[in-house]
Design a protein around this ligand. Sequence first.
Ligand SMILES: NC(=O)c1ccc[n+]([C@@H]2O[C@H](COP(=O)([O-])OP(=O)(O)OC[C@H]3O[C@@H](n4cnc5c(N)ncnc54)[C@H](OP(=O)(O)O)[C@@H]3O)[C@@H](O)[C@H]2O)c1
Length: 334
Amino acid sequence: MRAICIDESRNLQLKDVASPSAPPQGYVTVRISAAAINHGDKTFLKVPDAAGGARGTRREGVWGSSGAGTVTQVGDDVPARYLGRKVAIYRSLQPDCPFLGLWCETAQLPYLACLPLPDHVEARDYSGSLVNVVTAYSFLEQAEAEGHRGIVVTAGGSATGRAMAALARRRGTPTVIIVRSAASKAEMLRNGMPHVLASDDSDFIHELEHSARDLGTTAVFDGVGGTLISQMLGALPPRSSIFFYGFLSGAEKVTFHSSVFMMKGATMKRFSNFDSPTVRDEKRLVNMMADLEGCIEDPWFRTHVGQDFDLSEFQAAMKYDATSGRRAIFVLTK
Ligand SMILES: NC(=O)c1ccc[n+]([C@@H]2O[C@H](COP(=O)([O-])OP(=O)(O)OC[C@H]3O[C@@H](n4cnc5c(N)ncnc54)[C@H](OP(=O)(O)O)[C@@H]3O)[C@@H](O)[C@H]2O)c1
Protein backbone atom coordinates (compact mmCIF):
# COMPACT_ATOMS: atom_id res chain seq x y z
CA MET A 1 0.00 0.00 0.00
CA ARG A 2 1.04 3.65 -0.38
CA ALA A 3 2.26 5.42 2.73
CA ILE A 4 4.14 8.56 3.77
CA CYS A 5 7.12 7.40 5.81
CA ILE A 6 9.91 9.06 7.78
CA ASP A 7 13.52 8.19 6.86
CA GLU A 8 16.72 8.21 8.99
CA SER A 9 17.26 11.93 8.28
CA ARG A 10 13.70 12.65 9.48
CA ASN A 11 12.53 13.52 5.96
CA LEU A 12 9.27 12.24 4.51
CA GLN A 13 9.00 9.92 1.50
CA LEU A 14 6.13 8.30 -0.36
CA LYS A 15 6.74 4.55 -0.21
CA ASP A 16 5.15 1.21 -0.93
CA VAL A 17 4.93 -0.69 2.34
CA ALA A 18 3.36 -4.00 3.32
CA SER A 19 -0.32 -3.79 4.18
CA PRO A 20 -0.99 -4.89 7.76
CA SER A 21 -1.86 -8.53 8.37
CA ALA A 22 -4.64 -9.59 10.79
CA PRO A 23 -4.78 -7.26 13.81
CA PRO A 24 -3.25 -8.52 17.06
CA GLN A 25 -5.17 -8.61 20.35
CA GLY A 26 -6.68 -5.22 21.19
CA TYR A 27 -5.92 -3.78 17.73
CA VAL A 28 -8.07 -2.76 14.79
CA THR A 29 -7.30 -2.35 11.10
CA VAL A 30 -8.75 0.84 9.62
CA ARG A 31 -9.22 1.77 5.96
CA ILE A 32 -8.28 5.44 6.09
CA SER A 33 -10.67 7.90 4.43
CA ALA A 34 -8.79 11.10 5.29
CA ALA A 35 -5.85 12.09 7.46
CA ALA A 36 -5.09 15.64 8.55
CA ILE A 37 -1.77 17.41 8.97
CA ASN A 38 -1.84 18.87 12.48
CA HIS A 39 0.79 21.04 14.18
CA GLY A 40 2.20 18.06 16.07
CA ASP A 41 2.87 16.15 12.83
CA LYS A 42 5.19 18.96 11.75
CA THR A 43 6.68 19.73 15.17
CA PHE A 44 7.60 16.12 16.08
CA LEU A 45 9.07 15.52 12.64
CA LYS A 46 11.80 18.07 13.30
CA VAL A 47 11.86 18.12 17.13
CA PRO A 48 11.05 14.60 18.37
CA ASP A 49 11.46 15.68 22.02
CA ALA A 50 9.10 18.68 21.74
CA ALA A 51 6.66 17.11 24.22
CA GLY A 52 9.13 15.15 26.31
CA GLY A 53 10.10 12.37 23.90
CA ALA A 54 8.40 10.23 21.29
CA ARG A 55 7.05 6.85 22.34
CA GLY A 56 5.69 3.70 20.73
CA THR A 57 7.34 1.81 17.88
CA ARG A 58 6.37 3.26 14.53
CA ARG A 59 5.99 0.27 12.20
CA GLU A 60 7.31 0.75 8.65
CA GLY A 61 8.10 4.38 9.60
CA VAL A 62 4.57 5.46 8.59
CA TRP A 63 3.99 9.06 9.76
CA GLY A 64 0.77 10.87 10.78
CA SER A 65 -1.14 10.96 14.08
CA SER A 66 -4.66 12.02 13.11
CA GLY A 67 -7.16 10.54 10.71
CA ALA A 68 -10.53 8.96 10.21
CA GLY A 69 -11.78 5.90 8.39
CA THR A 70 -13.67 2.63 8.68
CA VAL A 71 -12.71 -0.36 10.83
CA THR A 72 -12.29 -3.38 8.54
CA GLN A 73 -10.89 -5.95 10.99
CA VAL A 74 -10.81 -6.32 14.77
CA GLY A 75 -8.39 -8.33 16.91
CA ASP A 76 -9.25 -10.45 19.95
CA ASP A 77 -10.73 -8.55 22.91
CA VAL A 78 -11.92 -5.63 20.78
CA PRO A 79 -15.64 -4.96 21.35
CA ALA A 80 -17.52 -6.36 18.33
CA ARG A 81 -19.36 -3.06 17.79
CA TYR A 82 -16.16 -1.53 16.36
CA LEU A 83 -16.25 -3.73 13.25
CA GLY A 84 -17.51 -1.73 10.25
CA ARG A 85 -17.72 1.52 12.23
CA LYS A 86 -16.54 4.90 11.08
CA VAL A 87 -13.93 6.16 13.56
CA ALA A 88 -11.90 9.28 14.31
CA ILE A 89 -8.33 8.36 15.30
CA TYR A 90 -5.62 9.93 17.42
CA ARG A 91 -2.73 7.53 17.58
CA SER A 92 -1.13 8.95 20.76
CA LEU A 93 -3.98 7.75 22.95
CA GLN A 94 -1.98 4.56 23.46
CA PRO A 95 1.45 6.16 23.28
CA ASP A 96 3.54 3.14 24.31
CA CYS A 97 2.01 0.61 21.91
CA PRO A 98 3.54 -0.21 18.50
CA PHE A 99 1.41 1.25 15.70
CA LEU A 100 1.16 1.77 11.98
CA GLY A 101 0.80 5.54 11.41
CA LEU A 102 -2.13 7.18 9.68
CA TRP A 103 -0.79 8.71 6.47
CA CYS A 104 -1.39 5.51 4.54
CA GLU A 105 -4.18 3.51 2.97
CA THR A 106 -4.69 1.03 5.82
CA ALA A 107 -3.61 1.81 9.39
CA GLN A 108 -3.45 -0.54 12.35
CA LEU A 109 -3.53 0.58 15.96
CA PRO A 110 -5.07 -0.12 19.40
CA TYR A 111 -8.85 0.20 19.34
CA LEU A 112 -8.70 2.64 22.26
CA ALA A 113 -7.08 5.18 19.91
CA CYS A 114 -10.32 5.20 17.87
CA LEU A 115 -13.54 7.05 18.63
CA PRO A 116 -16.63 5.56 16.94
CA LEU A 117 -18.46 8.22 14.90
CA PRO A 118 -22.15 8.36 14.03
CA ASP A 119 -22.80 6.65 10.65
CA HIS A 120 -24.25 9.77 9.04
CA VAL A 121 -21.21 12.06 9.51
CA GLU A 122 -18.37 12.39 6.99
CA ALA A 123 -15.16 10.79 8.31
CA ARG A 124 -13.27 13.60 6.55
CA ASP A 125 -14.87 16.19 8.87
CA TYR A 126 -13.21 14.46 11.84
CA SER A 127 -9.88 13.63 10.21
CA GLY A 128 -7.97 16.03 12.46
CA SER A 129 -10.33 16.45 15.39
CA LEU A 130 -9.69 13.83 18.04
CA VAL A 131 -6.32 15.22 19.18
CA ASN A 132 -7.88 18.60 19.95
CA VAL A 133 -10.98 17.25 21.67
CA VAL A 134 -8.93 14.84 23.80
CA THR A 135 -6.47 17.60 24.72
CA ALA A 136 -9.28 19.83 25.93
CA TYR A 137 -11.10 17.05 27.79
CA SER A 138 -8.02 15.70 29.56
CA PHE A 139 -6.98 19.21 30.56
CA LEU A 140 -10.38 19.97 32.10
CA GLU A 141 -10.11 16.76 34.15
CA GLN A 142 -6.58 17.56 35.29
CA ALA A 143 -7.37 21.18 36.19
CA GLU A 144 -10.36 20.05 38.24
CA ALA A 145 -8.33 17.33 39.99
CA GLU A 146 -5.71 19.95 40.89
CA GLY A 147 -8.35 22.08 42.61
CA HIS A 148 -9.07 24.71 39.97
CA ARG A 149 -12.68 25.85 39.69
CA GLY A 150 -12.38 27.67 36.38
CA ILE A 151 -10.07 28.12 33.41
CA VAL A 152 -8.61 30.78 31.14
CA VAL A 153 -8.05 29.63 27.54
CA THR A 154 -5.73 31.40 25.12
CA ALA A 155 -5.85 30.81 21.33
CA GLY A 156 -9.61 30.52 21.73
CA GLY A 157 -9.97 30.55 17.93
CA SER A 158 -7.78 27.46 17.48
CA ALA A 159 -9.22 23.96 17.09
CA THR A 160 -8.07 23.12 20.63
CA GLY A 161 -9.43 26.41 22.00
CA ARG A 162 -12.81 25.83 20.35
CA ALA A 163 -12.97 22.25 21.63
CA MET A 164 -12.14 23.56 25.10
CA ALA A 165 -14.82 26.25 24.95
CA ALA A 166 -17.45 23.68 23.89
CA LEU A 167 -16.47 21.06 26.48
CA ALA A 168 -16.18 23.57 29.32
CA ARG A 169 -19.65 24.88 28.47
CA ARG A 170 -21.07 21.33 28.59
CA ARG A 171 -19.39 20.73 31.95
CA GLY A 172 -20.44 24.10 33.36
CA THR A 173 -16.81 25.05 34.07
CA PRO A 174 -16.40 28.85 34.36
CA THR A 175 -14.20 29.88 31.43
CA VAL A 176 -12.57 33.04 30.13
CA ILE A 177 -11.85 32.62 26.43
CA ILE A 178 -9.13 34.79 24.91
CA VAL A 179 -8.99 35.35 21.16
CA ARG A 180 -6.77 37.73 19.27
CA SER A 181 -9.26 39.86 17.32
CA ALA A 182 -12.63 41.56 17.55
CA ALA A 183 -13.86 39.36 14.65
CA SER A 184 -13.07 36.12 16.53
CA LYS A 185 -14.63 37.55 19.66
CA ALA A 186 -17.84 38.42 17.79
CA GLU A 187 -18.01 34.89 16.36
CA MET A 188 -17.61 33.30 19.79
CA LEU A 189 -20.25 35.55 21.32
CA ARG A 190 -22.63 34.88 18.41
CA ASN A 191 -22.29 31.18 19.23
CA GLY A 192 -23.28 31.74 22.81
CA MET A 193 -19.85 31.58 24.46
CA PRO A 194 -19.83 33.85 27.51
CA HIS A 195 -16.75 35.72 28.79
CA VAL A 196 -14.80 36.19 25.58
CA LEU A 197 -11.96 38.74 25.53
CA ALA A 198 -9.96 39.99 22.54
CA SER A 199 -6.26 40.46 23.28
CA ASP A 200 -6.02 43.34 20.78
CA ASP A 201 -8.57 45.34 22.78
CA SER A 202 -7.04 48.30 24.66
CA ASP A 203 -8.89 47.27 27.83
CA PHE A 204 -7.89 43.59 27.59
CA ILE A 205 -5.71 43.26 30.71
CA HIS A 206 -8.16 45.18 32.86
CA GLU A 207 -11.07 43.00 31.66
CA LEU A 208 -9.04 39.84 32.22
CA GLU A 209 -8.24 40.85 35.77
CA HIS A 210 -11.92 41.39 36.57
CA SER A 211 -13.32 38.34 34.76
CA ALA A 212 -10.70 35.95 36.12
CA ARG A 213 -11.20 37.21 39.67
CA ASP A 214 -15.01 37.14 39.50
CA LEU A 215 -15.15 33.66 37.93
CA GLY A 216 -12.26 32.21 39.96
CA THR A 217 -10.48 31.01 36.82
CA THR A 218 -7.05 29.99 38.11
CA ALA A 219 -5.98 27.36 35.53
CA VAL A 220 -4.58 28.95 32.37
CA PHE A 221 -4.54 26.72 29.29
CA ASP A 222 -2.03 28.50 27.10
CA GLY A 223 -1.48 27.67 23.45
CA VAL A 224 0.22 30.96 22.53
CA GLY A 225 3.11 31.76 24.92
CA GLY A 226 5.35 34.80 24.21
CA THR A 227 4.20 38.37 24.79
CA LEU A 228 0.58 37.43 25.45
CA ILE A 229 1.23 35.26 28.48
CA SER A 230 3.90 37.70 29.74
CA GLN A 231 1.27 40.45 29.77
CA MET A 232 -1.42 38.28 31.31
CA LEU A 233 0.56 37.02 34.28
CA GLY A 234 0.04 40.11 36.45
CA ALA A 235 -3.74 40.04 35.84
CA LEU A 236 -4.28 36.46 37.02
CA PRO A 237 -5.80 35.61 40.40
CA PRO A 238 -3.52 34.42 43.23
CA ARG A 239 -2.38 30.77 43.04
CA SER A 240 -2.99 30.55 39.31
CA SER A 241 -1.26 27.81 37.32
CA ILE A 242 -0.20 28.34 33.73
CA PHE A 243 -0.19 25.15 31.65
CA PHE A 244 1.74 25.60 28.40
CA TYR A 245 0.32 23.33 25.74
CA GLY A 246 1.36 25.05 22.50
CA PHE A 247 3.43 27.92 21.14
CA LEU A 248 1.47 29.61 18.38
CA SER A 249 3.43 32.85 18.96
CA GLY A 250 6.49 31.09 17.52
CA ALA A 251 9.89 32.33 18.69
CA GLU A 252 8.52 35.04 21.00
CA LYS A 253 9.86 34.69 24.55
CA VAL A 254 7.90 34.71 27.80
CA THR A 255 9.36 37.39 30.12
CA PHE A 256 8.31 38.25 33.63
CA HIS A 257 9.71 39.62 36.85
CA SER A 258 10.11 36.93 39.48
CA SER A 259 8.33 39.14 42.05
CA VAL A 260 5.02 38.49 40.24
CA PHE A 261 5.47 34.80 40.99
CA MET A 262 6.37 35.54 44.60
CA MET A 263 3.32 37.76 45.11
CA LYS A 264 0.84 35.53 43.35
CA GLY A 265 2.11 32.10 44.33
CA ALA A 266 1.78 31.19 40.66
CA THR A 267 3.08 28.02 39.01
CA MET A 268 4.00 27.13 35.43
CA LYS A 269 4.06 23.69 33.86
CA ARG A 270 3.64 21.97 30.54
CA PHE A 271 0.53 20.11 29.47
CA SER A 272 0.72 17.16 27.15
CA ASN A 273 -2.41 15.18 26.34
CA PHE A 274 -0.63 11.83 26.16
CA ASP A 275 0.97 12.32 29.57
CA SER A 276 -2.27 13.42 31.24
CA PRO A 277 -3.79 11.14 33.91
CA THR A 278 -6.93 10.79 31.76
CA VAL A 279 -5.03 9.32 28.82
CA ARG A 280 -2.50 7.32 30.87
CA ASP A 281 -5.11 5.54 33.01
CA GLU A 282 -6.99 3.05 30.84
CA LYS A 283 -10.19 3.20 32.89
CA ARG A 284 -10.33 6.98 32.60
CA LEU A 285 -9.48 6.81 28.91
CA VAL A 286 -12.41 4.44 28.34
CA ASN A 287 -14.72 6.78 30.28
CA MET A 288 -13.53 9.80 28.30
CA MET A 289 -14.08 8.05 24.97
CA ALA A 290 -17.60 7.01 26.03
CA ASP A 291 -18.35 10.60 27.02
CA LEU A 292 -16.94 11.98 23.77
CA GLU A 293 -18.83 9.45 21.67
CA GLY A 294 -22.01 11.03 23.03
CA CYS A 295 -21.11 14.57 21.95
CA ILE A 296 -18.63 14.32 19.04
CA GLU A 297 -21.28 15.62 16.62
CA ASP A 298 -20.98 19.10 18.18
CA PRO A 299 -20.00 21.36 15.23
CA TRP A 300 -17.25 22.88 17.40
CA PHE A 301 -15.33 19.60 17.16
CA ARG A 302 -15.22 19.40 13.37
CA THR A 303 -11.94 19.68 11.50
CA HIS A 304 -11.64 22.93 9.51
CA VAL A 305 -10.57 21.54 6.16
CA GLY A 306 -8.48 23.89 4.01
CA GLN A 307 -7.34 21.81 1.03
CA ASP A 308 -7.42 18.16 -0.06
CA PHE A 309 -4.21 16.44 -1.19
CA ASP A 310 -3.31 13.04 -2.56
CA LEU A 311 -0.51 11.20 -0.69
CA SER A 312 1.75 11.84 -3.71
CA GLU A 313 1.38 15.59 -3.09
CA PHE A 314 2.80 15.39 0.43
CA GLN A 315 5.46 18.04 -0.13
CA ALA A 316 2.87 20.63 -1.16
CA ALA A 317 0.60 19.49 1.67
CA MET A 318 3.37 20.02 4.24
CA LYS A 319 3.92 23.55 2.88
CA TYR A 320 0.22 24.42 2.96
CA ASP A 321 -0.30 27.60 5.01
CA ALA A 322 -2.38 26.47 7.99
CA THR A 323 -2.05 29.67 10.02
CA SER A 324 -5.77 30.36 9.52
CA GLY A 325 -6.53 27.12 11.38
CA ARG A 326 -7.60 25.37 8.15
CA ARG A 327 -5.89 22.03 7.67
CA ALA A 328 -4.32 20.28 4.71
CA ILE A 329 -5.74 16.77 4.58
CA PHE A 330 -4.78 13.65 2.69
CA VAL A 331 -7.87 12.19 1.09
CA LEU A 332 -7.56 8.45 0.51
CA THR A 333 -11.09 7.25 -0.26
CA LYS A 334 -14.03 9.41 -1.29
N1 LIG B 1 0.12 19.76 24.34
C1 LIG B 1 -0.81 19.09 23.69
O1 LIG B 1 -1.25 18.04 24.15
C2 LIG B 1 -1.33 19.65 22.38
C3 LIG B 1 -2.37 19.01 21.73
C4 LIG B 1 -2.90 19.60 20.58
C5 LIG B 1 -2.35 20.77 20.08
N2 LIG B 1 -1.28 21.31 20.74
C6 LIG B 1 -0.69 22.59 20.27
O2 LIG B 1 -1.70 23.55 20.42
C7 LIG B 1 -1.49 24.63 19.53
C8 LIG B 1 -2.80 24.90 18.80
O3 LIG B 1 -3.10 23.80 17.97
P1 LIG B 1 -4.45 23.78 17.15
O4 LIG B 1 -4.40 22.61 16.27
O5 LIG B 1 -5.58 23.92 18.11
O6 LIG B 1 -4.29 25.14 16.32
P2 LIG B 1 -5.08 25.69 15.03
O7 LIG B 1 -6.45 25.16 15.00
O8 LIG B 1 -4.25 25.51 13.82
O9 LIG B 1 -5.10 27.22 15.43
C9 LIG B 1 -5.06 28.26 14.52
C10 LIG B 1 -5.89 29.39 15.09
O10 LIG B 1 -5.33 29.79 16.34
C11 LIG B 1 -5.42 31.18 16.48
N3 LIG B 1 -4.05 31.70 16.59
C12 LIG B 1 -3.01 31.48 15.79
N4 LIG B 1 -1.92 32.15 16.23
C13 LIG B 1 -2.31 32.81 17.32
C14 LIG B 1 -1.67 33.69 18.19
N5 LIG B 1 -0.37 34.02 18.05
N6 LIG B 1 -2.38 34.21 19.20
C15 LIG B 1 -3.67 33.88 19.36
N7 LIG B 1 -4.35 33.05 18.54
C16 LIG B 1 -3.66 32.53 17.54
C17 LIG B 1 -6.08 31.73 15.22
O11 LIG B 1 -7.47 31.91 15.44
P3 LIG B 1 -8.14 33.31 15.00
O12 LIG B 1 -7.86 33.44 13.55
O13 LIG B 1 -9.59 33.12 15.34
O14 LIG B 1 -7.48 34.35 15.82
C18 LIG B 1 -5.85 30.61 14.20
O15 LIG B 1 -6.85 30.54 13.23
C19 LIG B 1 -0.33 24.19 18.63
O16 LIG B 1 0.84 24.79 19.12
C20 LIG B 1 -0.29 22.69 18.81
O17 LIG B 1 0.99 22.14 18.59
C21 LIG B 1 -0.79 20.78 21.86
